[in-house]
Structure formats: structure tokens, C-alpha cells
Design a protein around this ligand. Sequence first.
Ligand code: FEO
Length: 413
Amino acid sequence: MDTKILQITPDVHWIGVLDKDIRTFDIVMETKYGATYNSYFINADKKAVVEVVKEKFFPVFETKLRQLCAPEEIEYIFINHTEPDHSGGLKKLLAIAPKAVVVASNSAIMNLKEQLNAPFQYITTSDGLITDLGNKKITAICAPNLHWPDSIYSYLQEDKVLFTCDSFGAHFCHEEMYNDKVGNYDDAFQYYFDVILKPFSKFFLKAIEKISPLQIETICTGHGPLLRENPLKIVEKTKYLCEDYIKNYPEKNRILIAFVSAYGFTKTIAEKLKEGAEKVPGITVDFCDIEKMDMDTLGDKIAKADAYLLGSPTINQNMLPQLYNVFALMTPLRDRGKLAAAFGDYGWTGDAKQHLISNMDNMKLKRYSESMFVKFIPSKTEEEKIIQFGESFAKTLTTNNLTRGHTPLLTNH
Ligand code: FEO
């Protein structure tokens, strides 16, 4: 069993675990370098733990913890975020640390009540509140949506250590753990940012602004390397990535026309919609047959667009699976209010239309008043109507100033 502990400062120890073999995280994330679940022990007058670990790794975590203290002595457990890769082991920790009081944000406490399903002692913390550990103090810094609404950072001022959970982390498993010892992991850092945190860039910038006055010598992340060498360089890099994302998101008046087509009829409709939409000055069309498009590319296009024309033929009374993927990659928190319309080939029953519409409503898109469905091959007259439809859709986008009318930058994974 891996029992390695790292002493970060005289009183702060890493007691996290390595998950070398994991290759997919949260179903959707590739973890080709494995992952770590970082947890920390603070040896203050009042002993504390920051974050726990995934439940299945609790025995390793417990072994490490017992090398440093008797769990019954623990008085505080700081939970900065309640996704179970961090909070999963909490129930077991509380069983061996019965005195411990959980410190977390209000929404984190609500989540924990549902996760633990048992009474526990807690303090609801909020921005600037200090938890007194006797000879040390921990300040809470609200950092919502990084990456759940419950997220906070914890700052141990005496040791100049900032605990940030998902923020500034990466899925990168290396036994040496320190960022100056693990080699270059830029691609893992970038991938983690892109998939987990990028959609929350606005929130990330606010959090970075809040931590800017702090003296920080080490950033103790929830995943991957511990940032002791030039941690502020990582903060600056993150700031740049967030600003860059916001600058390009979403692209103004950009319509994503995403479709699949069995015999080319739906594709013809898509082409005519494009023709119509492009008559409107200032409109950009991203025209995509998504039959073979990978999920990362599709997700990026969905995020960048601020209106959608989504097309599917009806096959077996259903729309095609690729269109389900489109909705799977949307989130109402980010995409709510974006203008959307359905189109496609009617087939025998035309059920794709209702499936598209229902999913648009579920995603809280602003549904255009009409859809555009055609039985089999569009006639010349129908083609003209489709062109007019595309033009009218694009005009609605521009003249009603719907661009950026949605609430951007909130997603969940
Ligand atoms: Fe590492 Fe959002 O949990």
C-alpha cells in the first residue's frame, strides 16, 4: 500500500492518494496520466483535514492520516467542494473522527446532508469567515462554480498555503507530486482547464481577483501537482486562459447549423437555411454535418454559437443519436436563452421535430416560433421558403439583440 506523505510546510502534510490506473474520469474525461485525490492534514492546536478522497481510496488515506495523528483528535474537516472525488470518504472519516466539525459553504452543507444521510456537526462558512485553529487560522474565500456552486478556497495564512480543490488542478498522477519535480504536464493542465473549468471562466477571474492580495507560497490543489514553484505563474496562466475564452465566447451572431442526413434531404434543407441566414449582414454560420464529429469538437461549437439550427431526419419515429449528443453537450445554465429552431426531413411520421423541440425546451433555449420540416425532397418552392426561413431566423437573432442574451459561462460536467 502506498503510504507516502509529503510535508509541505512544517505543519501542513499531503495525505492524498494516487489513482494511477484511472483512464476515464466522471464518465466523460480521459485521464491518460491517471489522477490524484489530494487531501491535507494541518497540525495546528486544533487538528484539521482539508478535503477527503474518493471513497474507495479511504483505507490508503486513513493509513496516512494515522501516521500523523489519532483521528479522534481531529476537530475540523474543511470541505471545499462536495463532488464525491473529494467528499466521498467523508462519512468514513467522520466515523473515526467523531469530534470533527465539517466546515463548508451553505450549498456544500446541503449537498453533504444528502450524501451522508446522517447527522453531523457543521459550520456554514462564507466569504472572509475565519475558522480558528488556535495557533493558526483558516479564511474562507467563496469561489462559486469552480467547479460546482458550492466551491470555496481555504487560506491558511500562517503557512501562506491556499487550498483550491479543483481550481489550478490537473489529472496528472506522479509520485513526486510537486510541480517542480513532476516534469512538464502542460497538456494535462490545459485539458483539465478546458473540460472542467473553462466554462466558468468569469467565475474563475473573480476568484483570482479575490486571492490576488494574499501572500501565497503554495497552492494545494485537489488534483495533480502541488504548486510550490512559482504558484502565481499558474494563476497568471489561468487568468490569461479565462480572459482568452471570454473574449471569444460566444462569437457574436454565430449560428450553428448542426445536422445529420440519411439521403441528403436534410442536408439540402441545411444548405438552404445557410443561404438564407447568410443574407443577413453580420451573421456567421458554422455549417456542420455532425454524423462523425467527435464530442470535443461538437462541444466547442455548441459553446461558441449563440443560436442553433438543429436538423435531423426521422428514423424509426426518432431523431438521430448525434442530435441527442448535441443536447447532452448543452447546459441550460450556459446556453439558456439562445435562439433555436428545428429542421429536417419529415420521413414517414416526422417525430424528430417533436424530439428536437422537447429537448430545446428542456435546455431552456429560446425556441423560434416555427420549425422547418419537409416531406422527402424539397421542391423549388419549398427551397425558397427554407431560404426565407433561414433569413428570418438570422434577422430575429440580430434585430432582437438576442446575441449574448443568455446567461453565459455556467456549466456542470
Ligand atoms: Fe474534483 Fe469537481 O471535483
